[in-house]
Design a protein around this ligand. Structure first.
Ligand SMILES: *[C@@H]1O[C@H](CO)[C@@H](O)[C@H](O)[C@H]1NC(C)=O
Ligand SMILES: *[C@@H]1O[C@H](CO)[C@@H](O)[C@H](O)[C@H]1NC(C)=O
Length: 488
């Protein structure tokens, strides 16, 4: 006979974890943004192993582009994903500011946003000029160097009237408009400056239309704008409406809803490229007073598409449901799948609160879903990320007893410049650090890596960048979700 204690263990599914420490998860996610900082680090930098870097960005172009964020495991500043990261951080603070404050993380969240928005202000020196990238993938990826040692090209790339980029202008306008809401109480002057830039960027993007990756070829191989710019223009207008209260922006969202795909595209992906689901959910959450009679049918069409996305996440759609791994993780694609899980968890959490506050339920074909069920599903996805999975691995680096040790990240994989001050050259980094089998010398605290494959498998190898690279836009949506879960 089987020892009853052992049989108890055998039938105990791995999903039965004790509740996770969401407060700790929240705290480390905000630390992660410090590891991605470019430029001159401030006196209150908490993450110890990074130092100043890229201090002459923009010098050759006659513009100060020092600052901002590296997107992932390399040392390039890519405008489109950086702006989306800041939009999502700002949206999280707008929804969960109270919870962030209760957790003692409000100031850190605002610092993470401001590190981005200070840079966007510098990168927008003229109404119709925006510097959308510094560095390029070809030269950067040829080397494996700490940002502090970089010897690669720091060429900067811009959009202007003759070289349009409505997607990156729109996303940056959205980020600055959302951040303007965040700073409206604590720093009204700064908020005003952000809103002004956001309005100018939106107007620039709307008047001079085009895809940014056709103006900046160097972006194409890394962050191509596959969905085009129409989603970003609607998304920017929606954030400008929320930020300024000006009806003309809402009118833009409603009147262009059809032509720009806002009420026609139902897409099971919300990401740095594709904004439709986020936009549709924002429109669906407008208050009754804001629902203009004149455009009632357009508003309803937006809402139907929002519900299409949400029902698809919940596996309750009668048309397209999101795929899942055998153990239930939402699965979109093999390269950096967790970015889509983070954004879905965020939208489900926010919409669950909306249903709760407005005393509604979501109807998916023949199923009704209440706010608690929706939040429970979002939490299940977050819990999977935090370690309730067959690998018993937290994909949030630095969380719990087991997490990826060989994150694909130049800075983290090479000894800190604070303890190893010698210069580490371009290919020397590959030979001496990238190729090592040892764990990274620095822990990339709070980063969410690409995550497991469609079979819930994960290989913790530095060269396995589809799974072990972390990106700022993977972590950003979870800041709001962790804030909510830490206080509920
Ligand atoms: C999703 O729904 C389909 C059809 O109702 C069902 O067969 C499947 O088991 C569901 N998947 C999960 C993970 O619940
Ligand atoms: C799916 O459900 C919606 C709403 O209940 C319905 O209008 C539509 O016809 C259904 N589609 C299919 C393919 O069954």
């Amino acid at each position: 006979m089987l020892n009853p204690f052992i049989s108890f263990l055998l039938i105990l599914p791995f999903t039965h974890s004790l509740s996770h420490d969401y407060h700790h998860a929240l705290s480390i996610t905000l630390l992660y943004f410090e590891s991605q900082r470019s430029g001159r680090l401030p006196y209150n930098q908490r993450l110890p192993w990074r130092h100043h870097s890229a201090l002459s960005d923009g010098l050759h172009q006659g513009v100060d582009l020092v600052g901002g964020y590296y997107d992932a495991g390399d040392n390039i500043k890519f405008g489109l994903p950086m702006a989306f990261t800041v939009t999502m951080l700002s949206w999280g603070v707008i929804e969960y500011g109270e919870q962030l404050a209760a957790a003692g993380e409000y100031t850190h969240a605002l610092e993470a946003i401001k590190w981005g928005t200070d840079y966007f202000i510098k990168a927008h020196p003229h109404p119709n000029v925006f510097w959308a990238q510094v560095g390029d993938g070809v030269t950067d990826h040829y080397c494996w160097q700490r940002p502090e040692d970089m010897t690669t090209s720091r060429q900067a790339y811009k959009i202007d009237e003759n070289n349009p980029g409505s997607d990156v202008a729109g996303e940056t306008a959205a980020a600055m408009a959302a951040a303007a809401i965040v700073f409206s109480r604590t720093n009204p002057h700064y908020s005003h400056v952000l809103l002004h830039h956001a309005q100018e960027l939106f107007e620039f993007g709307d008047k001079h239309r085009g895809k940014y990756d056709e103006s900046i070829e160097e972006a194409k191989g890394y962050y191509p704008s596959v969905s085009g710019y129409k989603d970003e223009l609607l998304w920017a207008a929606m954030w400008l409406y929320k930020s300024s209260g000006r009806e003309e922006y809402l009118k833009y969202v409603l009147e262009n809803g059809k032509n720009f795909g806002g009420i026609t595209w139902g897409i099971n992906e919300f990401s740095w490229d594709v904004k439709y689901a986020g936009l549709q959910i924002l429109v669906s959450m407008l208050s009754v007073e804001e629902q203009s009679k004149e455009h009632k049918s357009i508003m309803e069409a937006y809402r139907a598409k929002a519900e299409y996305y949400l029902c698809g996440c919940l596996n309750k759609s009668n048309s397209t449901n999101l795929k899942r791994t055998p153990e239930g993780l939402l699965y979109t694609r093999k390269w950096n799948n967790l970015q889509f899980v983070s954004t879905a968890a965020f939208l489900l959490t926010v919409y669950s609160d909306h249903l709760q506050a407005s005393n509604q339920r979501l109807t998916c074909h023949q199923h009704e879903v209440g706010p608690q069920e929706m939040l429970t599903f979002a939490k299940s996805q977050v819990d999977y990320i935090l370690g309730d999975n067959p690998m018993a691995m937290s994909y949030l680096v630095g969380f719990g007893p087991r997490y990826p040790q060989r994150v694909h990240h130049r800075g983290a994989s090479i000894e800190s410049i604070k303890t190893n001050g010698g210069f580490i050259g371009c290919t020397q980094g590959y030979d001496n650090w990238y190729a090592r089998l040892d764990p990274n010398p620095n822990v990339l605290m709070g980063a969410v890596v690409g995550g497991p494959n469609e079979k819930d498998e994960f290989h913790d190898e530095r060269s396995n960048y589809m799974q072990t690279e972390a990106c700022t836009y993977n972590t950003a949506p979870l800041v709001g979700v962790f804030a909510k879960l830490s206080q509920s």
